[in-house]
Design a protein around this ligand. Sequence first.
Ligand code: ARG
Length: 423
Amino acid sequence: MKTKIQLLLGGAMLCVVQLAYAEPIFIKAGHLLDVVTGKITNNQVITIDNGIIVNISNKLPDQTDLSKVIDLSDKFVMPGLMDMHTHVVNNLSKAFYDGYFQSPHRTTIGGIVNAEKTLLAGFTVIRNVGADNYQDVAIRNAINAGEIPGPRMAVSGPALGITGGHCDSNALNHSFKERGQGVANGPWGVREKVRENVKYQVDVIKFCATGGVFSKGTKVGQRQYTQEEMNAIVDEAHTHGRTVAAHAHGTEGIEFAIKAGVDSIEHASFLDKKTIRLAKKHGTFLSMDIYNTEYTLSEGKKNGVPQENIDKEKLVGTRQRESFTAAVKAGVNMVLGTDAGIYPHGDNAKQFSRMTRFGMTPLQAVQSATINSAKLLKWQDKVGQLKKGFFADIIAVDGNPLEDITILENVTFVMKDGKVYKD
Ligand code: ARG
C-alpha cells in the first residue's frame, strides 16, 4: 500500500499537484459516460488499485475511509482523451525558424513543458509522429519512469522521407548540407532507416508519402515515395511489430500508402471516392487535423510563417474539411489527430467542435479520441474505456460532452495511472 504524498511544482503558471493516495482509492462519479454506447450512468463508484480500475459499482464499500474518496459527484466522468498526431517538441506558435537556433537539449525541455500541458488538458495518451534526435523517445521514457508528468506516449523518432521531400529539411542553401534525420531512399535504404528507428526504441514508424504545408519547396498534392518504397517501409515496420503512420495530403500518395498497408493516413486532405473505398476496405484509420488550419490562417503571419506555407494552407484547409465530411459519411475509421505544435499545445480539444461541425456526432468525436485511437495503437485492452482491468486514466468535465462538445476544452480533473494531476 502506498501512502506517499508527492508534490510536483511545475512552471509559474502550472502548479501541478500530483497526489498518490493510499490504495485502493475510490472515485464517486456523478455521471459516468460509456464511450462505446454513449450511455450515461449516474452515481457510480470506480475503485482503483495500483493504477488499475479494479471495480465499478453503484456504492462505496461499507466504512470506506473518506480520505480515499475523490468526490466527482457533480461531474461527468470519462476515459482520458487520446491525440494521435502531436509534435511535442515543436512550437510553430513561437517564431517559425526558432528551431534553427536552439540545441536539441533546449527543444527537449520545451517538449517536456508541452507534454505536461497536454496531460493537463485531459489527454492521457498521445502518439508523437516526428521528432529529431529521438527527443520523443527520451520524453516518453522519463514520463514512464515517473520522473516528469506527461501523457502515455507512442513515439516515432525521426520521420522517414525522400531527399528534398516534406520530411527532409530544405530551408538552407546547399552549402549548409542540411539533411533531415529520417531521409532514406530506395527500398533497402528505407528498410535500414526503419531498423535504425526500431534500434532506438520507437513505437511507430512515420513517413512522408506526399509533400506538405510546412516544408519549403514541396507540393502538397504530390506523391513522394514510390509504391515499392512504401511497401518496404510497411513490411519492415510490421515485421518488427511497429505500426505505420503515413503523412499524405495528395490523392495518389494516400492511395499508394493505403495499398502498402499503413495503419493510419495523416491529414488525408485530398480524398476521393476511390481512396475512401480503399480506406474502408483496408480498415485504415484517418487522422485529419481539421482545427489547425484556422490557427495558421489567423496567427501564422504573426508567428513568422513564410507566405509559401500560408498559401499552401489555403490550398489544403477547405478541401480537407470536405474530405473529412465524406469520410465520416462513408464510415471510415477515424481518430482524433490534431498536429499539436502547429497551434499551441494544450489546445488539442479545440478540434472536437470542428469534427462535429463537419459531420460527426458528439459521440463519434469522443470515440475518435478514445476507443478508435486505442485500436490504432493496439492498446485497446488497456486504454480508451473505463473498465475493469484498464488503466485508471480518467478525466472529468462540468457538463455533458454529448450535449456540448466544447466542454472538453475545459477538463477540470485529470488522473493518469491512478495519480491525480489536476483536481
Ligand atoms: N504538418 C502538416 C503539413 O505540414 C500540417 C498541415 C496543416 N494543415 C491542415 N489543413 N491540416 O503538411
